[in-house]
Design a protein. Sequence first.
Lengths: 326, 508, 374
Amino acid sequence: MRGFSMWKRDGDFSLNELFKRNSFILSAVLIIGVFSVINPKFLSLYSLQNMSLEIAPLLPMACGIGFVLYSGSIDLSIGAVASVACVIAGTYVTETGHWIILYMVLFGVVAGLINGSLIAVLKLPSFIVTLCAQSVWRAMAIIISKGSSNTIPIKQRWIVNWATDKFLDFPVILWISLALVILCLVIERKTELGKSIFAIGANEKAARLAGVHTIKIKILTFVLCSTGAAIGGIMYAYKLKSSVPTIGDNLYMMAISSVALGGTLFSGGSGSVLRTLIGVISVMAISSGMNMAGVNPLWKDVVFGCVLIAAVAINSEKGGRSLIIK
Amino acid sequence: MSSEALFTTHDIGKVYGTNTVLQDINIRVWPGEIVGLIGENGAGKSTLLKIIAGVEEPSMGTMQMNGQNFRAGSMLNANESGIGMVFQEQSLINNLTVAQNIFLGREKQFSKGNFIIWSKMNAAARNVLNAMGLEDISEKAKVRDLSFAMRQMVEIAKVFDIVSAASNNHALILLDEPTTVLSDEEMVVLFDKIRQMKQRGNAIILISHRLQEVLEITDRIYVFKDGKLTAEVETQHADEAILYEKMVGRETNSEYFVSDRQTVPAQEAVLEVKDLSMFGSFKNVSFNLYKGEVLGLCGVEGSGKEDVCAVLCGDQAKTHGAIKVHQRKVDFKSPSDARDVGIISVPKNRREDGIIDILSLAENISVANYQKNAVYRLISNKNQRENAKHWVRSLGIRCSSVNQRIINLSGGNAQKVIFARVLDSECPILVLDHPTRGVDVGAKGDIYALIRSITEKGGSVLLMGDTLDESLGLSSRILVMKDGMICGEFDCPADNKPEQVDIVRLML
Amino acid sequence: MQFISGIGDELHIENTLPHQLRRSILTKQEDIWMELFRKRNRSSQTIAEEFVQKVENEARSNLIRVYAPITLLVGMTIFFSIYDSHFFSLKNILNILQQMAVPLILATGLSFVLLIGRIDLSVEGVMGFVGSFMALLILNDRNANDFGFWGVLIPIAIGIFYGLITGILHVKLRIASFIITFATGTIIKGIAILLYDSRAARVQEQWMTDWSMMSFLGIPLITWIAVAFFLVCSIILNYTAFGRAVYAIGDNEAAARASGINVERVTVKAFVISSTAAALAGFVALIRLKFGQASLGDDQMFPCITALVIGGASLSGGRGGTLQTIVGILIYMELLNFLTIIGVDANYKKALQGIIIIVAVALTLSRGRKTIAK
């Protein structure tokens, strides 16, 4: 298939390039380990379907922040944006029907525009801008939801049930997420936007001098990221059939860990959504593995913290001694 | 002067990759002597100074200080041997005071336990400053609040303090272009200090582009050209004319620069610049660039030529003036805008600003013009690769595949990739900033031929040559800049190139 | 003065002045004057002079940036006092002082990390861990422990040690500070959560209850603790070689290294100070709340960063210090207090915080011509 040749060759993307990143191997090991050694029941259709329900909403978020990381920046607000989207979607879907999806996607775009403008035009550090954005959106989520989750009444659940219904044995939102992954893949590998993002992350000065419109591209990066987060939030609302204002609190950690486990470097300039896909599956494997092994769920933070450190530490950084890591 | 040389070098050389920057350098410096190093940009003077100071390691050769062999690879080492360098780029810490900067890293002598007694340090700093005659600089002032000239003085005071302790007034102080930011009477003050240091027995090596100053202050002068020492003169026996001659040499190898292919420019002006100014850097720069022309821009450091090019390719903003491309007024705020209008540049610092090292060759080439390989806005990676292969063939780039990471290419080949990129962008106006810097001889010739074919096909080039030789050889016209303004223009037809001496005279 | 007799005058008058005099007079003129003058007379200055002028302009705007926060603080205080008479009452001032303790400690510790251009996201976790672990070791209503003094010392010691680990990981593994501290912070907070899988532990130590109510000269004890820590850190920052090294690294890491400063060691030390502050803050928070729980540190770091940035600290390092910290904290506390007095809802306050810090950063950031913000 044509897509196959597309990923067999360029740069970061060839098969043996994928394996050159150590954390990719780690991910593979984790997945295989969890799947075959810990509990063979893992491979049952039922359990895979459950896992895909977990994977589906995380995927767009991880893909979104992937773009930001390729360009060498960071976005801490994805969790909060997802919370807002989840809250509004969950609360108002019964009134507005499917239009809420469009509105929330627009919200994601606007949130991304705000971030991107402050960062690219005013040249404020992405860390602080998105940290503030996170604070604002988190507060908004709680304000809008009045502090509590609202479940959609059973009689009106029909409006959201289609999302978790099975299509070809797997939930609809999983297929949507996979379609989004393919869309991100196309953006990454075959559009000027995607290639420019990598160029900026690899060497912003050089990219700029070569004629890349750094301001426009950077703004778009953050738009992609926040939109992905918003879509994730919508999916969570449809999946849980309720609005949860605190859904996003852990999602940043999950998304970052997914990207790290897939082998994308945080220094920018390289990476791929396929890596992130593997990373998301690994993260879910760890999560589900923990559940199956009967581990106290409160260990989650500790485990993922260690996983993140391990994943980042074992990848070889491109900078030599002369690069100042802050 | 004692008969024992304070500092000597034996056959010092420096090679970067395949590029020989310095060769067979043998100099001697006696105590109580001021030695000047002069030569063109890129002739190797700064590199030599960096080697002596311990910032760089020599690729070959040895050095002796006070009769003892010493191999500097670290600045601390050099400092301990009594050698100190004052850098062109400010190496003071702006948010600390003068006293704190002077004693940065050496605070122990003023500490009781872990705590520094500021009054002690300030007093000591006061002494250091007074010893240099810098009574009007307060040791408690923050460096951030000082003028550049004062910062320069503080740096000199700092270095002097570091080395004189180690060497008992037989130190070797290295100054790299110390007068660039100074006004006339600040320069007088500086020279006064330098003479004071000399009288006490210290030796000073000084790099400067301003020949009058070099003639005024030095005892001896070494002339550099193309990484070698071409002359050593006693200052009392030298004058400007002699120095110019030794600096520039006589051959302008027309074969080398493929002068026979030099295009005669058309009448059409592709770029018109009027009254262009950037506050603090250059002003009232006006010129035209014609189709098919190579216009050379010459000047020493601080002449403003680098900023003129930066403004023209969109990297920096002008504060005044008008630019017209193809007779249409343009206003650009970024290199992206400039490229859309038809101007693109080959940057000077290939490593930092040119190549995007984790991307492949093909990607590096396409970055300036992605749409060229696009079908309905979707970029075909196959087309990109084919395009890259075409450039590899036509420019003779040595690589194993167009997918390889550009970081592994040699200087000359990497530069060719940059050229492929700017050519791929299909911009009619190219700004070339030191296009053969760090490029081996073979690739240089290729690049010269490439520039010729660019102009043959109607492209126009604004060139800042790596050496004056190169600028002369390649250009059909030369503009000379000094102190931020254009001070001269020379016609350089292929068969009647002007003398280098004339140009250098204007530059300095 | 004869040489500038009118805007339209030709410059040849100016040009006949001796160079020195010309320069020193020019620098004393108003900026606006100079701009007008310059605009009418294109050839008024040589490039060298323009360059010097440029540097002086920069120095001037730096000065403004330095004095802006304190002007803001004074202005705010006056405005708030006028707007609502309760603001300046003794009761309210004591309130502010009480609430100021924890943010002051945290901000003091964080300022070291910020000065070298790094960030420490682990402070909330360390604070939560220290507070909650301590609550379980001393007399409490969940278990029979009664370790007294050791119950206080051990968690703090662990907190300090944790900063050492974080710093070493950052330096040795060369992982960006915002990632590694995020990870280590999550881990230690996770450990705290594990200690607390049910309800919070109420502390029953008498001395702790006493301390929470004690005050000297009207100022609460915990505020004194915070001030003491602040003073100690100020002395370290301003009177030791380490303090100078911190500033140096933040301003120009390459130059600092070339001067012989051990950048790695200083970096690790900065993280240790930050986690010490977090540990101490956990202890103080416990005294205040008398409840130990893992979320003790939640939402504490962000206000401190706000305070520091408003006070004039720079996120890329090199700027900041004790004065900035205090001014920033006061501005922040006053603002928060005022918002509470006029009845703003807690969540709106949080949203407002985010917007305020963005504005503050936008205004105070010193942007070079070609800054690359990542």
